[in-house]
Write a protein that binds this ligand. Structure first.
Ligand code: PLP
Length: 421
């Protein structure tokens, strides 16, 4: 209550804006993940790796647009790319050179992707990937995992999600091979594909063990079931995503987020024989049209981003920096024997208020949500902008200063809260 009160007092303009928005948007909201009790703070501008609220307060941007903000807010090469797009007209209704360029960069980098098609979001990429595989295989079921998030309507957290109704999903236990194998075998004849995040992002930055992914790869290959990796979030973790880091190649991969350089983006790609069903010159080709699939801003800035800014070497460096920050944060909590840990890989992490190994959302039942909320309000007061559910994403402009701001915040939180335990 006290935290809410201080928050309300510190952000009067955001409160006012929220009330105005609620007159025309349900709950003042068009993105559920940005909702925050008692009301969300409205942002007025952004620069580098910082965002500024309508109330004039500056924050270090650890939310990083849920990983789409990898480049930060002011990269000069991306700005130049966007300006060139502005000069050349941006609603052309024809093919543009940059779509081939971005597609080639993606095919060169991701081991599983021989051909790729663009969408406007990761959600759409999921939709097309599973719809295509269902049509190709003539089988209806899709095996997914508890805790998974594959886009707005494809949420498999603990509560039943009524929006997934049109599809026939089988939900298997993440990182549990025996439990998963039993479901694979029971559904083998009807299964079109297995869809998995090699690290669950929205579920709490919980990595799949490489051996679990390997077992899935082997079983799907032996049983003629398509394996889809959703690398919408994890594609940044090396030059070619987690599939490259682990040396495990799925049949199809979905992408999204930062690859559009901050503009609406999604993609699905994979083996040539699967993707060729979308070749319009082929008899019986699948239709995949989308007014904005090759929008000029996304294609132009996206290609410049992958070619010149987020090169494979930079990707590896960012992953190393993220790993060492996460180790330092975990060390702070471990030294105080405080029930708090940061899970994840590289530049993507999530805080959980519990001890013990976290291998799936099933291990989060003991996580203290009140403590997590207090941590959130504490960070907001200190000028740090994390996702409400405790996700922290690094961006390229971040450096030692921004990392130490978070380390100090964790130190203070652990010190103050340890006394109260
Ligand atoms: N898949 C994963 C793993 C995601 O994390 C997300 C978004 O957070 C999506 C798909 C959906 O992407 P979008 O928000 O662009 O629809």
């Amino acid at each position: 209550e006290a935290a809410h009160e201080r928050y309300r007092d510190a952000n009067p303009r955001s409160y006012q804006q929220h009330r105005k928005a609620a007159e025309v948007l349900p709950g003042g909201n068009t993105r559920t993940v940005l909702y925050s009790d008692p009301f969300p703070i409205t942002l007025a501008s952004a620069e580098g790796c910082r965002v500024t609220s309508l109330d004039g307060k500056e924050y270090v941007d650890y939310l990083g647009e849920f990983t789409a903000g990898l480049y930060g807010h002011s990269d000069p090469l991306l700005r130049e790319a966007v300006e060139s797009a502005l000069q050349s007209g941006w609603v052309r209704g024809g093919h543009i050179e940059q779509e081939e360029k971005l597609a080639r960069l993606i095919c060169d980098r991701f081991p599983s992707i021989e051909r790729v098609r663009f969408t406007n979001s990761g959600t759409e990429a999921t939709l097309y990937a599973i719809s295509a595989v269902r049509a190709i295989s003539g089988r209806s079921k899709v095996l997914v995992f508890d805790g998974a998030y594959h886009g707005g309507v494809f949420v498999f957290k603990t509560v039943q999600n009524p929006l997934t109704a049109p599809f026939d999903f089988v939900v298997a236990p993440y990182n549990d091979w025996d439990g998963t194998r039993a479901l694979l075998e029971a559904n083998a004849q009807a299964l079109s594909c297995v869809l998995i995040e090699p690290m669950q992002g929205s579920g709490g930055c919980i990595p799949a063990s490489p051996s679990f992914l390997r077992q899935l790869r082997d079983w799907t290959e032996q049983n003629g079931v398509t394996l889809i990796f959703d690398e919408v979030m994890t594609s940044r973790l090396s030059g070619g995503g987690l599939q490259e880091m682990y040396g495990i190649t799925p049949d199809i991969t979905t992408l999204g987020k930062y690859i559009g350089a901050g503009f609406s983006f999604g993609a699905f790609g994979g083996r040539e024989d699967l993707m060729s069903h979308f070749d319009p010159s082929r008899v019986g080709a699948f239709s995949h049209a989308g007014t904005f699939n090759n929008n000029v801003f996304t294609m132009t800035a996206g290609a410049v981003g992958l070619e010149k800014v987020f090169t494979p070497i930079i990707a590896e460096q960012l992953t190393e920096r993220g790993n060492s920050l996460r180790e330092r944060l975990n060390e702070i909590a471990a030294q105080a024997s405080f029930p708090m840990q940061f899970t994840g890989v590289g530049s993507l992490m999530n805080v959980h208020m519990c001890g013990g190994e976290i291998e799936s959302v099933r291990d989060l039942t003991g996580s203290d949500m009140n403590l997590r909320d207090l941590f959130y309000f504490d960070l907001i007061e200190r000028g740090i902008w994390p996702a409400r559910r405790g996700m922290f994403n690094l961006s390229l402009p971040m450096g030692v200063l921004e990392f130490s701001v978070l380390e100090e915040a964790v130190k203070d939180f652990v010190r103050v809260r340890s006394k109260l335990f």
